[in-house]
Design a protein around this ligand. Structure first.
Ligand code: PSU
Ligand code: MN
Length: 321
């Protein structure tokens, strides 16, 4: 049963002319190509956080630091992005710099990928798009900051991140600090349940709230080591639930003071409504508002979040081997 599902997928990859064409659009960095050849542990990293989530020049510094942490933990970083119509799995130094500093880098979700490739454009990949490409490239572990989810007021705006539906269809273990606190966390947790996406807390029974250690919601499952997570990943394959992602929620250690957080969020939401921000501009707008209104405190916390997630993701990738 499990084998036939995998074979069906492999068959598709090998025989579909379109997919083969797509595969030839992938360029591996030298480091990632060597890691793939030697079956070494690899961790996928998204690039939207670099181009749209963090301000310059911290964005490039954080991206470099994240890659270093993953190497220090015995794995190889594969930052994923699209440059001039080519899907990159792993970026060379110059390419990472382009993602961080070029002004023509759009934010690509899964639905944008083919369009960007066909038109020869450049884009950073969201969690959804990164997870899709990583799965295609056979990379099973992914580190990010905070997942996208159901936005506040989604009952009217229908604004729900494609991160959720993407993760309900991919074999991926993703480490994050919960979902971004700018979202409707309760609704997002309900959607995760509906979509059958696995969810465990790392050393906690509380669902993390991105800038906050605790979002106010509890978690049924807790794990305490990378090895335990690897056991779950193996069990998923044996049971046939591997094509639904597993989220490892890793809380930030030093959180923002809650009343300060709530006040900055309230002014940010009011400002976004006043400025008529919607669609994919909402998340970058609110993150930027946080960074400015908190005098960089949210930037420091965001940086800590993703560094810690990179370390844990690398440990998981190593434990999986
Ligand atoms: N996590 C961060 N910073 C970010 C993001 C996640 O710490 O900038 C990005 C991810 O790429 C995620 C995206 O997929 O925000 C969600 O955007 P949207 O809500 O428009 O789907
Ligand atoms: Mn959206």
């Amino acid at each position: 049963m499990v084998l036939s599902a995998i074979n069906a997928r492999a068959y598709l990859l090998i025989t579909s002319a379109k997919v083969v064409h797509m595969k030839s659009a992938i360029k591996y960095s030298a480091e990632v190509a060597a890691a793939v050849a030697a079956s070494r542990p690899i961790v996928a990293l998204e690039s939207t956080i670099i181009s749209h989530g963090l301000p310059r020049p911290s964005n490039l510094a954080v991206a470099i630091e994240c890659e270093r942490i993953i190497r220090d933990h015995g794995a190889v970083p594969a930052t994923i992005a699209l440059l001039d119509g080519v899907i990159h799995v792993g970026l060379e130094d110059m390419e990472l710099e382009e993602i961080a500093n070029r002004d023509d880098i759009s934010k690509a979700s899964i639905r944008d990928l083919a369009i960007i490739v066909a038109q020869g454009k450049s884009a950073a990949t969201t969690v959804a798009a990164t997870a899709h490409i990583a799965a295609m490239a056979g990379i099973p572990v992914f580190a990010t900051g905070g997942l996208g989810g159901v936005h506040r007021g989604a009952n009217e705006s229908f604004d729900e991140s494609a991160d959720l539906t993407a993760l309900s269809q991919l074999d991926m273990t993703i480490v994050c600090a919960g979902v971004k606190s700018i979202l409707d966390v309760h609704a997002t947790l309900e959607r995760l349940e509906t979509l059958a996406i696995g969810l465990v807390g790392y050393k906690t029974h509380r669902f993390p709230g991105f800038y906050l250690t605790d979002s106010g919601f509890s978690l049924e499952h807790r794990v305490d080591s990378a090895e335990e997570i690897a056991e779950i990943v193996h069990a998923r394959s044996a049971i046939g639930t591997q094509f639904k992602a597993l989220i490892v929620a890793n809380p930030v250690e030093k959180e923002m003071e809650k009343s300060r957080h709530d006040q900055i969020l309230a002014t940010g939401l009011a400002k976004a409504a006043h400025d008529g921000i919607d669609g994919k501009a909402v998340t970058p707008y609110l993150l930027e508002h946080f960074h400015t209104a908190s005098d960089g405190e949210s930037l420091d916390i965001n940086t800590e979040i993703i560094k810690s997630n990179c370390a844990l993701a690398a440990d998981i990738a190593v434990a999986l081997q």
